[in-house]
Design a protein around this ligand. Structure first.
Ligand SMILES: C[S@@+](CC[C@H](N)C(=O)[O-])C[C@H]1O[C@@H](n2cnc3c(N)ncnc32)[C@H](O)[C@@H]1O
Length: 226
C-alpha cells in the first residue's frame, strides 16, 4: 500500500506532535545498543520519525541520525527545527525502497510500523534486515497488541490483524492499525534473533472509563549477512 497521507492531516491540525523522547525507546537503546561502549559513531534510522521526539536523545549520544516519514508536513517542520540535519530527513513511504545509501547499526520504530498492514510491516522488516549492518539492531516500541481495546473499534480489513477507519478514541483519524498477538509478532520477526519481547498493558482506572492500551516492544538483532 502506498503511504496514505492521513498523518499530513493530523500534523496540519497540530495533533500527535510529541516532542519529548519516548523513555522506553531510550532505555532499550541504552541497554541493547550500548552506545557508550561503541567505538564508532552509531548510524541510526528512525522509521516514521514524526515530530522528532527521539532526535534530542540520539543527538546526545552522538549518533549519525536519519529519519523517514511519509508526511511532507512533518518533514518540513523537522527541517526547520533541525536545519543541520535537513538532508537527513526524507519524505518517503518506508514500505517502498528507501531512498538512502548504506547500512545502519540501529533502526528504530516508535508507533509507526504498527500503522501499516501486516504485509507491509513484513515487507518493511525484510528491508530493515537487508539494510542493517552485521549484528545490527532493530528496536520497535508500541506495536499494538490484539489486547488493545481499539482493535474492536476499527472496521475489519482482509487482514485479520489490521483494522481501519477509527472514528473516535486514541486512533481516530490515523487510517489503519495492526494489532498483533505473540505468534504474529514472532512470525514478523522470524528472520531476526529476538533479544527482547515484552507485552505491556495499561488499564485506566481514573477516569474510570475501562479503557485498555496494550502493545509489544521488540528488540531484535540481524545475524551476519549471508
Ligand atoms: C504515531 S507517529 C510516531 C512518530 C514518532 N516515531 C514518535 O515516536 O513520536 C507515526 C508516524 O509514522 C509515519 N508513518 C506510518 N506509516 C508510514 C509509512 N508507511 N511510511 C512512512 N511513514 C509512515 C506517520 O506519518 C507518522 O509520522
Amino acid at each position: 500500500m502506498v503511504f496514505a497521507g492521513e498523518w499530513n492531516t493530523i500534523y496540519a491540525a497540530n495533533r500527535h506532535l510529541s516532542v519529548w523522547p519516548w523513555s522506553e525507546l531510550v532505555a532499550l537503546v541504552m541497554r541493547h545498543a550500548r552506545p557508550g561502549e561503541a567505538t564508532a559513531q552509531l548510524r541510526v534510522l528512525e522509521l516514521g520519525v514524526g515530530a522528532g521526539a527521539n532526535i534530542p536523545f540520539f543527538a546526545s549520544i552522538g549518533a549519525d541520525f536519519w529519519g523517514i516519514d511519509g508526511s511532507s508536513v512533518i518533514i518540513e517542520r523537522l527541517r526547520e527545527a533541525y536545519p543541520e540535519l535537513a538532508d537527513h530527513f526524507l519524505v518517503a513511504d518506508f514500505v517502498a525502497d528507501w531512498p538512502l545509501d548504506g547500512r545502519f547499526d540501529l533502526i528504530v520504530d516508535r508507533g509507526s510500523l504498527t500503522h501499516n498492514t501486516g504485509a507491509d510491516i513484513a515487507r518493511t522488516l525484510a528491508q530493515a534486515k537487508a539494510r542493517l549492518a552485521d549484528g545490527g539492531l532493530i528496536v520497535a516500541v508500541d506495536l499494538f497488541s490484539s489486547a488493545f481495546d481499539e482493535y474492536a473499534s476499527g472496521e475489519p480489513t482482509e487482514d485479520h490483524y489490521t483494522r481501519c477507519n477509527f472514528q473516535r478514541g486514541r486512533l481516530a483519524g490515523t487510517g489503519l492499525a495492526h494489532f498483533a498477538d505473540e505468534d504474529r509478532i514472532r512470525s514478523l520477526f522470524a528472520d531476526f534473533e529476538i533479544e527482547l519481547l515484552e507485552h505491556k498493558s495499561f488499564r485506566r482506572h481514573v477516569p474510570d472509563d475501562g479503557s485498555q492500551f496494550a502493545a509489544w516492544n521488540v528488540v531484535a538483532r540481524s545475524g551476519k549477512a549471508g
